[in-house]
Design a protein around this ligand. Structure first.
Ligand SMILES: Cc1cc2nc3c(=O)[nH]c(=O)nc-3n(C[C@H](O)[C@H](O)[C@H](O)COP(=O)(O)OP(=O)(O)OC[C@H]3O[C@@H](n4cnc5c(N)ncnc54)[C@H](O)[C@@H]3O)c2cc1C
Length: 459
């Protein structure tokens, strides 16, 4: 079938944001061209969410073998075969990639392979072809950042190279105590390493509620994961068998690899965006709440839009833009209502405002909190999960935030996000029955406590 001269929509980048926009737009009857320089699925599928979670699952299996005698099952960990870990990880990616390609072609999306350059608000050039659309969606995503003076190569790496290692580091240094740094420190520790995390801010997981950060630090220390907080790296150098860093306080650390996990910058250079007059802020593309850029007919989704860099935010933004292009009116996304999970051990899951943010927004006296300790939860005891569920509530009003820490606690974020996004009152949630024994009951128990009628907790 001949391609139309002008598509309803051209999408630049087929990561979470771009492919979600393409699939939804095609579902709504629009004619879609999707331009991708590398692989459909983008960072999340090939270099982000999925490979890290596959490796973290291998890590959990290793830990369970180590702990098995505690459960009356005698087994011994023979070793970590990184080729086997990578084969498992790549198998998961390949299956999902094939499925995604099938969805894209099944919905009739025209996939254009190659690097696109925006030549006008309606045209993208790929090699010699010009792909034209009535609307253009920018979804070029993000790439790892480094620090000034820190060159990526050999033993100094970003998550992209760390995911491809065919050996397990023994004493890795991790620069950055945010999501990516914590996940790698955790999985390397499970593979037998003694990692050290260096974080410039005062706590690990610095964007989370302070109670979460503090208990995570204690848990990491127990697992043999070291950390240096509130200090920056001044210098990095490599020798044959190690990499070393000097911290600004003069301390020197050495390891077999240095993972630079200091954030991700937008992929907006070299795609012709400045030339067509697109407004940018430090490389990111600001949008209005409907995800329109400053150029009529040009939209942006995913990591290039300032805010949380998460795949499910990209999916939601891509779907919302597609629906707007098809004449629907989806509600704008509320950034604080987007759930966040860090899949280290113990896991962190949160949604809504932290206690500090809630107090800053509503006043010190307007906020009530409660923490339910997983020690009182039967399923947590079975799983060996330690941690808590913390609720942040507007006094006499709805729940503003839910913050959780504990093994497998990420699975609870679904209920937490409904509670926060539907602005539930603790009294309403306290009436709901939670299945026993599940870790989910900890959410129910926390709400019983906040409603003034704790069951498995001291009043
Ligand atoms: C190690 C790691 C772990 C992560 N874990 C999680 C997690 O557990 N959960 C979660 O929600 N998020 C996670 N993320 C974040 C998540 O991967 C991103 O938020 C998400 O991929 C962003 O989607 P996107 O569509 O904006 O961009 P991307 O996924 O980066 O996709 C952009 C696509 O555009 C293409 N492209 C760029 N420029 C051009 C061009 N000029 N022409 C054609 N194509 C182009 C790229 O090749 C790429 O495929 C993780 C990220 C990393 C790095």
């Amino acid at each position: 079938m001949a391609e139309p001269a002008v598509h309803d929509v051209v999408i630049l980048g087929a990561g979470s944001g771009g492919y979600a926009a393409a699939l939804r737009a095609a579902q709504l009857g629009l004619d879609v061209a999707l331009v991708e320089a590398d692989k459909v699925g983008g960072t999340c599928l090939h270099r982000g969410c999925i490979p890290t979670k596959a490796m973290l699952h291998s890590a959990e299996v290793a830990d369970q073998i180590r702990e098995s005698a505690k459960y009356g099952v005698h087994s011994a960990l023979g070793g970590i075969d990184m080729n086997g870990v990578n084969a498992f990880k790549n198998g998961v990616i390949d299956r999902l990639h094939k499925g995604l390609l099938g969805l894209v072609s099944g919905r009739g999306v025209r996939l254009v392979e190659g690097r696109g350059e925006v030549v006008s608000a309606t045209q993208v050039k790929v090699g010699d072809q010009v792909i034209e659309g009535r609307q253009l969606v920018l979804a070029t995503g993000s790439s790892p950042r480094s620090l000034p003076g820190v060159t990526i190569g050999r033993r100094v790496m970003t998550s992209d190279q760390a995911l491809e290692l065919d050996w397990a580091p023994t004493n890795p240094l991790v620069l950055g105590g945010g999501v990516i740094g914590l996940e790698f420190a955790s999985l390397w520790a499970s593979f037998g390493a003694k990692p050290t995390v260096v974080e410039a801010l005062d706590h690990l997981a610095p964007n989370e509620d302070l109670a979460v950060s503090k208990l995570l630090e204690r848990s990491f220390r127990k697992r043999g994961i070291g950390y240096k907080l509130g200090v920056k790296v001044a210098e990095v150098w490599q020798e044959d068998h190690q990499v070393s860093v000097r911290l600004e306080n003069g301390e020197q650390l050495s390891g077999d690899v240095l993972l630079v996990a200091v954030g991700r910058g937008p992929n907006t250079g070299g795609a012709g965006l400045e030339r067509v007059g697109l407004a940018m802020d430090r490389g990111f593309v600001p949008t209005d709440p409907q995800l329109r850029t400053n150029l009529p007919g040009v939209w942006a989704v995913g990591d290039i839009v300032p805010g949380l860099q998460l795949a499910h935010r990209g999916f939601a933004q891509g779907i919302a833009v597609a629906e707007r292009l098809a004449g629907l009116s989806p509600a704008p996304l509320i950034e604080s209502g987007i759930p966040r999970v860090t899949y280290c051990d113990p896991e962190i899951a949160s949604v809504g405002l932290t206690e500090a943010a809630a107090k800053a927004e509503h006043g010190e006296d307007a906020i009530e909190t409660v923490e339910y300790n997983l020690a009182g939860n039967g399923k947590s005891q079975v799983l060996g999960a330690q941690g808590f569920v913390k609720l942040v509530r507007l006094a006499g009003g709805p729940v503003l935030g839910v913050h959780m820490l504990g093994r497998r606690i990420g699975e609870l974020v679904g209920e937490a996000q409904l509670i926060v996004n539907w602005e539930a009152y603790p009294e309403d949630v306290a009436e709901l029955v939670h299945a026993h024994p599940t870790q989910d009951e900890a959410i129910g128990e926390a709400f019983l406590a906040l409603a003034g009628k704790p069951l498995h907790a001291h009043a």
